[in-house]
Structure formats: structure tokens, C-alpha cells
Design a protein around this ligand. Structure first.
Ligand SMILES: [Zn+2]
Ligand SMILES: [Zn+2]
Length: 643
């Protein structure tokens, strides 16, 4: 699947990578055990292609109009769209090609000219006499139309009807604005094409209500008011904006100012927030029920004095500017209003997708603008970011905690190794995060040890699965034994653990709704500003989950997760663990210096306390815990290190 996707993504490169640059090589420290030099080779070849002046000539439009409500479609539903292409001043030679590409992200029907009964059936026609059109499906979502008989003269038109059969063409499963259709032209038939300049696009809307998500913060002080966020989603996790009706709420027996019902009106567009004040200490959960079997329970909220506040972040994900879904505005809005995140970062690829950031500075500027617009210190913090998508040493996303943000391209010989990237970023309020490091699309080359200043944490879990260890729940696909995060800890490196979605569905904070694994970063910080979040991450006061908001507290003596402790006869050795999980727990594992040393059954409890006296703690050791729910949801504490 990945290889196939890779192939056609690269085939897009024929259209979209017009700049030439060389991929540098570093002999001394090797490369990722699953490096993809063939991608680099293909990139390099594509970059050096000469495009004929007639490539990309002409104009195209969508009948009804891009963004017009009449051309919108509900996610996962069929539609029919009619596009017109008009030849430019250089025409298209006999043997030249027109390409039609349905939006490549995600799950649009592949246009096909063979079977009118199947989704994606596409009719092509022209009134140009003597011209014969020969359409063929050449890849996922991609149709090529050969011009035969004679050349297409300037001004002659070709009509493309996508979804022409009774089953139409199925749209993307993920709601988004500006889902783009692409028309490209190979004017002289040499196999090299370029997209025409006009953007054609439709809006994809969320569908009927199918699930509720209830979100509370995880921590509060007695007497503090907090917000309960209720979001109504369709079956793919998109916001169901049309939902109207009542949702009934129930809470614990204690006195709460919780309304018994909440009314959704059309102008609520599928989300409501209500304030609740929790007076007494305790663990709270709220249940909700609506018509048609809608029901949900919130994550647990712990109310206690003197608690470390937990902020929830998803600081790695993609929009439709690279290979994800939705505009940056869609992405930030979902993170804030639907997933009720505290911290979010959009990290599109530097050179992947149709208009790579690295060579489209206007796209990068647009992301910066949106990140600034949504950043609201003390309420909702956005971080500007991008993904350094390096196919030799592994991927890292770069997170900016300052306004100054320069994109260092992973294909640029000046920035194409981790060391060069870190040298460029040093001294700045910036972090890098290695991800899917034990496998997935590409594993990390750990011969470059994480920079202690710029890379204090690692993303151990996302939609790709867990990179913690082979014995982890929902281990990453294509795992590389010996390349796991635990192996890196064994080599003496210190870093903390975070999760993040790496979502491509436009659902930051809720990437786990569409698969077995997602990712969240729990950040222990009283303050909700970029500066305070950076300080918390730098001191490893963080932990990871694969999606659920599991509350996890770990301490060794007085020291919390991420700390460094001096070993010795007077060092504290009492480990205390507390878990409050949304779902029943299967077990708690204690990992000490390379191995699971204790497993405690969870007995289906959702709230769980455990402590243990650790024997013979020696310098160089590390310990951490992971709590695993029966449904596979899991949380990993950051390690505590001994020196
Ligand atoms: Zn990646
Ligand atoms: Zn990514």
C-alpha cells in the first residue's frame, strides 16, 4: 500500500518539483535501516527534467464553480463533477496527453473509463473534429487521456465528467474545504507533464451524526470551573454540523451544576461547551446520551488541590497542503472546537504532496498566518511547524516556539542530515521530534544521537503505531528490531516521551477514532503559553498516549517523570503510580533498564494506584511505566533517569 502510494506520489513529482537540488550524503554515520534512496534518486531525476513550453498550457474550470455549494459533497458519498479543459496557445500535439487527477487525499474514487456501473466512471469528450481521446487509468486517482487523430488546436476544449455513471464518484471520507482536482498537460507527448495553473476544488462536508465525543480537562482544583466540550461527529470522525436535538447529561451523585440536557441548534454546528464547577476533590466522569443510539462518556477529570496541571497536545499532523485533509484553518478549528486540545501544531511536509512548502514560500507563509491567528495564550496555543521529511535519516518535525520561522528543507544539501538541521536551529526557541522511529514509512537513523538541547523528547506513538519496544501494545508496522526507543535509552540517551497523531484525516487530537492507534502529548505545565510549554517539554515533564486521555502520575520519592536522580544509599526508592483511565485497565507494566520487570493486573478497574520499593538502583539506569487499557488504549510515562 505504502509502496503504491509512494509510486504515484512520486509520479506527481513530475508535475510539481521544478527546482533542482542535490541530496547530500554523509558517509560516516550511515543511514536509516529502512532508508529510501530510491525516492531521493527519483526526486533528483524529476528535478532535472526539461519541460516543454506547451506542458501545463491551457486553462480548466469546474462547472458550477469551485467552492460553490452546488459542487459540494458529503464525505464518503457519491457526486458527479464536470470539468472543462481549454487548450492554450501552443495546443497539444498528436500523441500528447491531458491528465485528470481526483483529489489524491483520501479515498476519492479512482477515475476509470471502463465500467459505467462502478464508482469513478469518467467520460471524456470533445467537439474537435478528427480528434480521438483515449483515456486510461494509470494510477490511484489518476487518469491519462491521449490525444489521437490530430493535434488539439489552441482554444479547443475537452470535457471530463467524473462520476458519470449511476454510482457517481465517491468523495473523500474526511470533511475539508478546498479538496482539489488537478488537470495537467503533457503538450508534446514526451512523458513529462505540468499542472495547469487554475485551482479547481470542492468542499467536502461532514455527514450524519454517528458518535459523540465528550472532553473534560484532566485536572482541576476544587472550586475551579472547567469546560465540558460535546462534539457530534459522523462515522468518519468529521464534525456533523447539521446536527440538531437534545443530548442528556449525567454525572456523579455529588452536587454539580451540570445541566440535565443540552440543546444543539443549527448555529451550534455540532459542538457545545458548557462550564461546570467541581467543588469537591475526586475523580469525575460525565455521560451523555442523544437520539439514535448516540452515547459517550468523558475522559476522567481529577479534582484535587496542588495537582500538576495536564495540558493535552497533538503537535504533529498534516493538512491538505501536503498529504492530509482540510485547510490549515480547518485543522486548527477542529483541534480547538472539536478535540478541545490545549496545544496543537500543524506540521506539513517540506516536500511531499502537490505544492511542497519548500518550493512554495507562499504556502508556508499561509500556514504561518493561520498559526498566528489561532494562537491565544492561556486558552489555546498553536505552534508553527513543518516536517523535515528526510528519506535517508528518517523524519523529524520541527516546532517553533517563536515567531521567527525559517524552513530548512531536508533535500537541501545544507540541511540534509540531523546534525546540519540542528546546527541551523541552535540557539533558537525550536524543538525537533523524531517520529515513527522504529519503522513505519522510514525508521530513524539513531547514529545521530538526539541533540540534548533541541530534541529532549521523542514521539513514541502515532497513527503508525508504537516505536517504544517490540513488546509494546500496537507496535509500529514494518518494525526494525534494535531501532526502538527503548534500545536508544539502553545506549544511555535521555529523552522524554510524547505521542502525537501524525494524522492525515484532518482530526488533530482524535486521530485514534479512525484506527487502532493515534497519539497525544500530555504536557505537565501550569501555564498555557508557548514559553511555558517549551520549558515543560525541555525538562521532559511530559508523557504519551495513543489517543485516549489517560491520566497518569508517576513519582520516585519527590521526583516526577523526566527527572534525573542521583543513585546512592540515600536516594529515594519508593515508586508511586496513579492511573485514571477512560476505559477499564488490563495491566500496568514497569520497565526498568531494558525490560519489563513487573506487570500488575488492572482487573478491569479504571482507577488504579500502585507503589513499589525499587531495589539496588544504580547509576545509568532508567525506569518508566505504561498503563494499558483492555481496548488497547495506552499511556507511557517519560522515564526517570539515574546517574
Ligand atoms: Zn513522517
Ligand atoms: Zn507526519
Amino acid at each position: 500500500m505504502w509502496t503504491k502510494r509512494l509510486f504515484w506520489l512520486l509520479s506527481l513529482g513530475l508535475i510539481i518539483w521544478p527546482l533542482g537540488c542535490k541530496w547530500g550524503r554523509e558517509a560516516t554515520r550511515g543511514q536509516s535501516p529502512s532508508a529510501r534512496p530510491e525516492i531521493v534518486e527519483t526526486l533528483r531525476e524529476n528535478l532535472e527534467l526539461d519541460r516543454h513550453p506547451s506542458d501545463g498550457g491551457g486553462r480548466a474550470w469546474l462547472e458550477g464553480g469551485s467552492g460553490d455549494p452546488s459542487t459540494a459533497v458529503t464525505a464518503g458519498h457519491p457526486g458527479r463533477w464536470s470539468l472543462v479543459f481549454e487548450t492554450g496557445p501552443l495546443g497539444i500535439a498528436e500523441g500528447g496527453w491531458i491528465f485528470f487527477q481526483a483529489p489524491p487525499f483520501w479515498h476519492w474514487s479512482t477515475p476509470q473509463p471502463f465500467d459505467p456501473e462502478q464508482p469513478g466512471f469518467t467520460l471524456v469528450s470533445t467537439e474537435a473534429e478528427g480528434v480521438e481521446l483515449a483515456p486510461a487509468t494509470i494510477d490511484q486517482q489518476l487518469m491519462a487521456i491521449e490525444i489521437r487523430g490530430r493535434a488539439l488546436e489552441p482554444g479547443e476544449q475537452v470535457r471530463i465528467v467524473y462520476g458519470a455513471g449511476p454510482t457517481g464518484a465517491l468523495a473523500d471520507r474526511y470533511a475539508e474545504h478546498r479538496s482539489r482536482f488537478w488537470v495537467a498537460v503533457d503538450g508534446n507527448g514526451d512523458g513529462i507533464r505540468r499542472a495547469v495553473a487554475d485551482p479547481l476544488w470542492v468542499d467536502v462536508l461532514g455527514g450524519a451524526a454517528a458518535r459523540l465525543v465528550l472532553t473534560l480537562p484532566s485536572t482541576a482544583r476544587p472550586g475551579e470551573s472547567v469546560e465540558l466540550t460535546i462534539a457530534v461527529l459522523d462515522r468518519f470522525g468529521n464534525l456533523s454540523k447539521e446536527f440538531t436535538g437534545e443530548v442528556a447529561l449525567t454525572g456523579p451523585a455529588t452536587e454539580l451544576d451540570l445541566p440535565s440536557t443540552v440543546e444543539f441548534a443549527a448555529e451550534d454546528e455540532g459542538t457545545r461547551r458548557i462550564e461546570i464547577t467541581f467543588v469537591e476533590e475526586g475523580i469525575y466522569r460525565i455521560q451523555a446520551e442523544g437520539a439514535d443510539g448516540l452515547d459517550a462518556a468523558s475522559n476522567p477529570l481529577m479534582v484535587a488541590a496542588g495537582l500538576d496541571r495536564i495540558l493535552w497536545g497533538d503537535i504533529h499532523g498534516h493538512s491538505n497542503l501536503s498529504d492530509g485533509s482540510g485547510t490549515p484553518e480547518d485543522y486548527f478549528r477542529y483541534a480547538r472546537d472539536v478535540a478541545a486540545l490545549d496545544v496543537v501544531s500543524l506540521t506539513d511536509h517540506d516536500h511531499w504532496g502537490m505544492e511542497p512548502l519548500a518550493i512554495h514560500p507562499d504556502v508556508w507563509e499561509g500556514i504561518k498566518e493561520q498559526a498566528e491567528l489561532f494562537n491565544q495564550p492561556e486558552k489555546f496555543v498553536t505552534l508553527l511547524g513543518y516536517e523535515w521529511t528526510n528519506w535517508i535519516h528518517g523524519h523529524r518535525h520541527v516546532l517553533f516556539f517563536e515567531d521567527q520561522a525559517e524552513l530548512f528543507d531536508s533535500t537541501d544539501p545544507d540541511y540534509d542530515t540531523p546534525d546540519k538541521l540542528w546546527a541551523a536551529l541552535r540557539g533558537r526557541e525550536v524543538l525537533t521530534v523524531a517520529h515513527h522511529s522504529a519503522g513505519g514509512p522510514i525508521a530513524t537513523n539513531w547514529n545521530y544521537l538526539p541533540d540534548p538541547e533541541l530534541e529532549p523528547v521523542t514521539e513514541i506513538v502515532s497513527v503508525h503505531g508504537s516505536s517504544e519496544a517490540l513488546d509494546s501494545p500496537a507496535v509500529i508496522y514494518s518494525p526494525v528490531p534494535g531501532n526502538f526507543v527503548r534500545d536508544v535509552l539502553d545506549s544511555g540517551v535521555r529523552f522524554g516521551f510524547i505521542g502525537s497523531g501524525d494524522g492525515h484525516d484532518g482530526h488533530p487530537g482524535l486521530a485514534h477514532l479512525n484506527g487502532p492507534s493515534g497519539g497525544l502529548a500530555a504536557i505537565l505545565s501550569d501555564g498555557l503559553t508557548r514559553e511555558e510549554i517549551l520549558a515543560a517539554i525541555r525538562s521532559r515533564r511530559v508523557y504519551a498516549t495513543n489517543g485516549p486521555r489517560i491520566l497518569l502520575r508517576v513519582s520516585l520519592g519527590e521526583l516526577g517523570m523526566g527527572s534525573v536522580l542521583e543513585a546512592g544509599p540515600h536516594a529515594p526508592d519508593r515508586l508511586r503510580v496513579f492511573v485514571a483511565a477512560p476505559e477499564p485497565l488490563e495491566r500496568l507494566d514497569l520497565i526498568r533498564s531494558g525490560a519489563v520487570v513487573v506487570t500488575v493486573p488492572g482487573d478491569g478497574q479504571r482507577t488504579f494506584s500502585w507503589q513499589s520499593q525499587l531495589q539496588d538502583l544504580r547509576p545509568g539506569e532508567y525506569i518508566y511505566v505504561r498503563a494499558v487499557q483492555i481496548d488497547g488504549g495506552a499511556a507511557w510515562s517519560s522515564p526517570i533517569f539515574l546517574e
